[in-house]
Design a protein around this ligand. Structure first.
Ligand SMILES: [Zn+2]
Length: 352
């Protein structure tokens, strides 16, 4: 009986390739400071020679980081759709990049989990084909150019050369706790899923074969809070420990996990003529990310004192409530549906 159960367990194990190339990126938004300081720490540790796992560590948007702004010209984390990346990478990389002096801050630490080292050259992918591309002019926003460089370094998106796993570090002003956002302690983790095809996926994490944003809040932009920084640091360390164990052939038993799938965004009430917002998030909703919102629950409090209620027919889970960076995007909060997803047992196929 025990043998049968053992065989049953192994017959349901999904074998996946080992992860030989992993990237941790911070500063994709230049005013989200936990990820920026975490990347700086990792780069320092690399210099000290005490990096425990082979990982490329990158500062995604160094200009925005320098200015402590979300972006310089356009949101970098919306520049990674397939269409946007089909621009003339040869022109971009050959001309504009050298003229603006972009530096890719990255390290490639020694590898302790794999039997053979991955040469750094294997990490530097060449730019993708320039066919079917849109022209690039001197007016092309800085972040569009930077996205090409990151795609060349970490992708190309959708190719066999792309990094196996890309973890992009973000902060939010919303009270989300530690979230993993994708198309993964002592800190509870929530999984948010944006149901977007790979071609249309716009964020940096979509460049890797697998990827996710690690989003930790609440933390005001331009500020680093030690509790938030520590949660992010622990999250990155757990990910790296997991990769070590996975690459060593450890079997991870399956189970179920709750996933929040994005359904829609809700904008602030606005004056139809001026488009200015006329209400703030209601105090009963503020900071209640991932707490079920029922039809009729308070959603906004207008500046004239009127409570505006959730008019949807279905109870949904709000998140990114009152995120500072989303005022310009017309998003007061997002709503998600929770579902339970069964995860099979997995192990790396290195032992075969
Ligand atoms: Zn961000």
């Amino acid at each position: 009986m025990q043998m049968d159960r053992h065989n049953h367990l192994w017959s349901n194990v999904v074998a996946l390739p080992a992860m030989s190339r992993v990237a941790v990126c911070g500063g994709t938004h230049g005013n989200e400071l936990s990820g920026i300081y975490l990347v700086r720490e990792r780069l320092k540790r690399r210099e000290d020679g005490i990096e425990p796992v082979s990982v490329a560590t990158l500062m995604s948007n160094p200009r925005a980081v320098q200015l402590c702004v979300r972006y310089v010209e356009t949101d970098l984390n919306r520049c990674f759709t397939r269409a946007a990346l089909r621009r003339r990478t040869d022109v971009l990389l050959g001309r504009r990049l050298s003229s603006v002096g972009l530096v890719c801050q990255a390290n490639f630490g020694p590898r302790l989990c794999r039997r053979e080292p991955t040469p750094q050259s294997a990490f530097i992918a060449t730019s993708s084909s320039a066919s079917a591309c849109a022209p690039v002019s001197e007016d092309t926003p800085y972040e569009m150019i930077r996205s090409q460089e990151l795609n060349a370094l970490l992708g190309p998106k959708g190719s066999a050369q792309a990094v196996d796993l890309l973890c992009d570090l973000h902060n939010t002003t919303a009270n989300t706790g530690l979230c993993l956002i994708t198309e993964m302690a002592s800190t509870p983790v929530r999984y948010v899923h944006f149901d977007i095809p790979l071609d249309e996926a716009y964020s940096l994490d979509s460049v890797g074969k697998h990827g996710f944003a690690m989003e930790v809040g609440p933390q005001p932009h331009g500020v680093v809070r030690s509790g938030i920084f520590s949660a992010m640091q622990e999250g990155v360390q757990l990910m790296l420990d997991w990769i070590c164990q996975f690459n060593s052939g450890t079997l991870f038993e399956g189970g179920s996990v709750d996933v929040f799938t994005m359904v829609k965004n809700i904008d602030y009430p606005r004056d139809p003529r001026t488009h200015m917002i006329t209400a703030a998030v209601h105090p009963d909703l503020q900071d209640r990310d991932f707490c079920l919102l029922h039809p009729g629950d308070p959603m906004f409090l207008s500046f004239s004192g009127e409570t505006l209620r959730y008019k949807g027919k279905e109870a949904l889970y709000p998140f990114f409530i009152n995120e500072a960076a989303y005022y310009e995007k017309g998003v007061a909060l997002s709503l998600a549906r929770k579902r339970r997803v069964e995860i099979p047992s997995i192990r790396s196929d290195t032992l075969r």
